[in-house]
Design a protein around this ligand. Structure first.
Ligand SMILES: [Zn+2]
Length: 155
């Protein structure tokens, strides 16, 4: 059982049939988390140095999109990487929700059908779990950003 040192997520503890709903549920938390942190019209790619909330959003969106592409094509994995430069969304939280929902649908379709001999079935669950971790991990990181910001140097 592998537990993430940073966010505490335990991938194996998420039952296969709950992966899709977890994707949607964690993605839905981005909207309230991003209020006041991300300007609607921001776009671009993560910059060097400490990441902003916007950088985290673009990264997560890229990973979700890459995972989805992997499942759709069923070809060799790209490792979930996706060109960040193509992120152009006026609603970053909505972009995360849409990407997560699309991936969740694929995971449901490919991962939940036990009756079908599908080579991609285990992959769909594994990729889905990775994506849930990705969402949770960066949501945690964004929360830390908020907690770490104005802090007195004297304390
Ligand atoms: Zn983590």
């Amino acid at each position: 059982m592998e537990r993430c040192d940073r966010c505490g997520f335990v991938s194996d503890s998420l039952p296969a049939r709950q992966v899709a709903s977890a994707l949607r549920a964690v993605a839905a938390q981005y909207r309230s988390r991003l209020v006041g942190l991300v300007q609607g019209s921001e776009r671009g790619e993560p910059r060097p140095g400490p990441w902003t909330a916007h950088d985290h959003v673009i990264h997560v969106w890229g990973v979700l999109s890459g995972h989805r592409a992997d499942l759709m094509e069923g070809g060799p994995s790209t490792g979930g990487r996706h060109p960040h430069t193509s992120f152009e969304h006026d609603d970053p939280a909505g972009a995360i929700e849409t990407a997560a929902a699309a991936l969740a649908s694929l995971v449901e379709r490919l991962g939940a059908d036990d009756s079908r001999p599908d080579d991609h079935r285990p992959d769909a669950v594994r990729i889905g779990r990775d994506a849930v971790h990705e969402l949770a991990h960066h949501l945690f990181a964004i929360a830390r950003l908020v907690d770490d910001t104005p802090r007195s140097a004297s304390g």
